[in-house]
Design a protein around this ligand. Structure first.
Ligand code: UT7
Length: 398
């Protein structure tokens, strides 16, 4: 690490994952009182991907996206310094989903934490990761947005259940001495609007109990019209602010990658900015709103479709529960398509496989120690071992 020369945080790898199962508007019309016509005309969404296997979670999707991003970056998991997972739907209240991801990847040297800023979470995480890199505290950071909103949706509430989908997107941010990557970011919040998009129970205010469950308070609730109004105002403002911070003009932008919540919000924001529609990337029709995962998924697809080139000026911009908003100005610094190093790829794949063995070994040794030392601790471990040996000799086995 070099603390003297200016450092920049460039996107060196990217990857996405969505579950296989596709839920179309026609499928939804069989479950709630809605229609393909209503959903397409009000939101632009035609289908979304939904987890169907209970073993598939926010962490498992994050791991799949992260492995792809590491392969593109030609980076071994052990080179990652930090894993940040932006999510509204972690696997557990704790441990952090990022720790599960760190273990599954075998990122043995990495710190790991979750970041909660709803749909703005990925850009918040990108900004935090960029600060770690620019200050010299990290060289490579995995930034992941992953969501399983289908498990928080009330499938009887047509106002919300038609909007959301599941998936994960990841980028690797790496230190660079070239001025590129995340050049500026703008983060904002207005907690007075917290009620507009909320899950009322499951936290310290209303821990889970019979009433919270039977009243459906663990489901996501939203005042769609208010959120819509907020979004169409804040997206252009945040974009303008970050463009100014980066020292750019709006006309310099090559591509805007907005949070994919609703085509009407996206079109209104782009129009207010005076940008032509072709400067905006949209894929909401195929994924719905995947919250913190929507922007990295859109970024991956934009790259795959040849919409991003070295030197391009991008703005990533989002809004969400909180209320929160965030924008990042990114100058693309690496070749596309990525140039994989075949030898390194074989090694990385081996290390991903090895991560499972490593994790199993650590769990097993912890169990063995626990069995030997017992619940009290290691103060009298020799005595305990002697006792266990005596019992085994006497044939009790305990
Ligand atoms: O990541 C951030 C998350 N949130 C958002 O981005 C959401 C922002 N808001 C929106 O995208 C829009 O407000 C919605 C798509 C949620 C709703 O569109 P809208 O044009 O604002 O509709 P509305 O709420 O004004 O509702 C119009 C009508 C209502 O009927 P009445 O009261 O006028 O008789 C709703 O009951 O549409 C009805 N409606 C539906 N009808 C068929 C609401 N949901 C549905 C539905 N199918 N799924």
């Amino acid at each position: 690490m070099n603390g003297e020369r200016p450092r920049w945080a460039q996107i060196s790898g990217w990857g996405m994952y969505v579950p296989e199962r596709v839920l179309t508007n026609a499928d939804l019309a069989r479950v709630v009182d809605t229609s393909d016509e209503w959903i397409v005309s009000r939101t632009g969404i035609r289908e979304r991907h939904i987890v169907s296997d209970e073993r598939e979670t926010t962490a498992t999707m994050a791991v799949r996206a992260a492995r792809r991003a590491l392969r593109v970056a030609n980076l071994a998991p052990s080179q990652v310094d930090l894993v940040i997972v932006a999510t509204t739907m972690p696997d557990y209240p704790f441990p952090a989903t990022a720790c599960l991801v760190q273990d599954a990847l075998g990122a043995a040297r990495a710190g790991a934490f979750d970041l909660s800023a709803a749909c703005s979470g990925f850009i918040y995480a990108l900004s935090v990761a960029s600060s770690f890199i620019r200050s010299g505290s990290a060289d490579h950071v995995l930034v992941i947005g992953s969501e399983t909103l289908s498990r928080m949706a009330d499938w009887t509430d047509r106002n919300t259940c038609v909007l959301f989908g599941d998936g994960a997107g990841a980028v690797v941010l790496s230190a660079s001495t070239e001025r590129c990557g995340v050049l500026a970011s703008e983060l904002g919040s207005d907690g007075s609007g917290g009620e507009l998009l909320i899950v009322r129970a499951g936290g310290s205010r209303a821990p889970a109990n019979y009433n919270t469950v039977s009243n459906g308070e663990h489901y996501l609730r939203m005042n769609g019209r208010e959120v819509f109004r907020f979004a169409t105002t804040i997206m252009p403002k945040a974009t303008e602010a970050v463009v100014r911070s980066a020292g750019w003009q709006l006309a310099d932008l090559d591509l805007v990658i907005p949070h994919q919540a609703n085509i009407r919000i996206i079109e209104s924001s782009i129009k207010r900015l005076g940008l032509p529609p072709e400067k905006c990337f949209v894929n909401v029709e195929r994924y719905g709103n995947t919250s913190a995962a929507s922007i990295p998924i859109a970024l991956c697809e934009a790259v795959a479709q040849g919409r991003v080139h070295p030197g391009d000026k991008l703005v990533l911009v989002g809004f969400g529960a909180g209320l929160t908003w965030a924008a990042a100005a990114v100058e693309w610094g690496v070749p596309v398509p990525a140039k994989p190093k075949p030898g390194l790829r074989v090694l990385t794949d081996f290390l991903f496989g090895w991560a499972g063995v490593r994790s199993l070994w650590r769990r097993t040794t912890r169990h063995v120690y626990n069995w030997i030392l017992g619940p009290v601790g290691k103060d009298d471990w020799r005595g305990r071992m002697r006792q266990r040996a005596d019992r085994l000799r006497k044939g009790s086995g305990k």
